[in-house]
Write a protein that binds this ligand. Sequence first.
Ligand SMILES: *Cc1c(COP(=O)(O)O)cnc(C)c1O
Length: 408
Amino acid sequence: MKPVGAIPKGYDAIDGELAIGGRKASDLVAEAGRTPSFVYSRDLLSGRIAHLRNHIPDRIGINYAIKANPLAEVVEHLEPLVDGFDIASAGELRLTQSLGIDPARVSFAGPGKRDEELEAAIAAGATLNCESEGEANRTLAIGQRLGKTPRMALRVNPDFELKGSGMKMGGGAKPFGIDAEHVPALARQIVEEGAEWRGLHIFTGSQALSEEAIIDAQTNVLKLAAQISDDIGERLTKLNMGGGFGIPYFPGDEPLELKVIGEALAEQVADLPDALKDTELCLELGRYIAGEAGVYLCRVVDRKVSHGVTYLVTDGGLHHQLAASGNFGTVVRRNYPVAIASHFSAEPAEVVNIVGCLCTPLDRLADKAHVPAADVGDLVAVFCAGAYGASASPAAFLGHGPAAEMLV
Ligand SMILES: *Cc1c(COP(=O)(O)O)cnc(C)c1O
């Protein structure tokens, strides 16, 4: 037997079945018209923002990083709840435009922005977080050609990282951001050339579950931002402090205690260095906002025994849930939180392997999981599916097509 991750809070049972947003799993997939289906909960999304507002000082804005879950209904639901949106492609820019989101609330990060993308962002009035000297110079030139003042921030590649994070995005050689020592000269050039100076962006990593590591990184971010601003000799208009707040996926993972992070931030903002006294501050979070608010539902299509091992073969798989299969940035495969949604209240009765329908041994949803008895037709739930699920999995692989997605 291998343990599975803990099921996030906010899910309960109706008539013994898993319920999401007060509705039974079987009703939800009936409404979706098919399995597999991603179901996202409005209540859990709103609750997560409320939790953040409760603990993070008012002085610090909360941005949503759209790449975590770009479903239009999800972004639309978050629109009145968050302060800003972080995007990383022209496609995500178009999404914010189609939803009528004020471009002044949108900042565009990410390496390798093409000229068309820079042009679209400048024309729209979104802020460009430039990732290199070359990109900053292309932005300035395109702004001149369009006769429009670009809003520009610089993404800094800091000399430190977010310790213990699942994906490190700062410290050492990186494709992201501009090495800290080159930032002041470039910032002065941007200001001199008449662009609107929108400050600094420092993102150090993702999926951290240590409050101490996050507080350390935030302390370092504020210190570095103040130092760079002093070097620039300009008041810092804005600082995107990054995020990296993780969620518990695996057995033994503990949720972050936001209160601890919030208290440390409150101390820091009460005593900001001069350079940051009037600076607009924000955090950018994707996974922490959306991850636990989503469930992936798939159906058992076959039940078989091979060499004494029972397999539940589902119509889902890594083409929708690459991370849960263990093939997205993990070294040792561990079980996500999974459950038999059709018998959510039942006691565990057997040890099974739950797999997907793709013809590859990589397609595993749970290994040796102790679950209630399940048969063909029953629904399986994979939790923590609200971020980097549907949009970060190879849906075209093997031609089964994408999963349905719904917000309830
Ligand atoms: C991916 C990314 C995020 C979101 O990260 P999460 O771990 O989902 O919170 C935020 N900012 C930048 C620059 C990113 O690349």
